[in-house]
Design a protein around this ligand. Structure first.
Ligand code: ZN
Length: 186
């Protein structure tokens, strides 16, 4: 099990739409295990593969530290897609790839998601509130979309300086990261 460095804002891989996984193999299982470990160390509640520099269409969720969601064990979603959405609500979001930047994002309130589990079996999940939000945020990542893309131009402008510093790698985190300049050389 290893902690993978998180690719920071400005890394081109965060703008990549990841292709579906065709089958489960040991490499994918190892990736999922490492993503769980990375998310735990970084105190995140969700993580998408391109955030750790990988191109498998997979994300992990761990909401077990949140009191009202503690019954939900950490799980992985392979090839997830939102097949139904309902309602709308606004909630503050942050992102491990964009440290210290937070803002309100408007998203659906309830969703139904279809995905494959770690046995590659097709599953459906209905989610609301924070769980729905995490899943939508992470599926966005798999499509190369960041929560910043949902902000108005004015709101985005509020974060301009912080974003510039993150792009330069002038940011302190308590988890390992890959600044974009380094990421984009690979
Ligand atoms: Zn994120």
């Amino acid at each position: 099990m290893s902690v993978l460095p998180v690719y920071l804002y400005g890394s081109t891989i965060l703008r990549k739409k990841l292709p579906p996984v065709k089958e489960i193999d040991d490499t994918l299982i190892k990736l999922i295990i490492d993503m769980f470990e990375t998310m735990r160390v970084a105190n995140g509640i969700g993580l998408a593969a391109n955030q750790v520099g990988r191109t498998e269409r997979v994300l992990v969720v761990d909401v077990s530290e949140i009191e009202e969601l503690k019954e939900i064990a950490p799980f992985a979603l392979i090839n997830p897609e939102v097949i139904e959405r309902e309602g709308g609500c606004s909630m503050e979001e942050g992102c491990l790839s964009i440290p210290d930047v937070r803002d309100e994002v408007e998203r659906a309130e309830f969703i139904k998601v279809r995905y494959r589990d770690v046995n590659f079996e097709e599953c459906e999940l209905e989610a609301g509130g924070l769980l729905a939000r995490v899943i939508m945020h992470e599926i966005d990542h798999l499509d190369g979309v960041l929560f910043l893309d949902h902000l108005t131009k004015d709101k985005l402008a509020d974060h301009k300086m912080e974003l510039k510093e993150i792009k330069r790698g002038n940011i302190e985190t308590d988890y390992p990261v890959v600044p974009s300049a380094e990421a984009n050389k690979k």
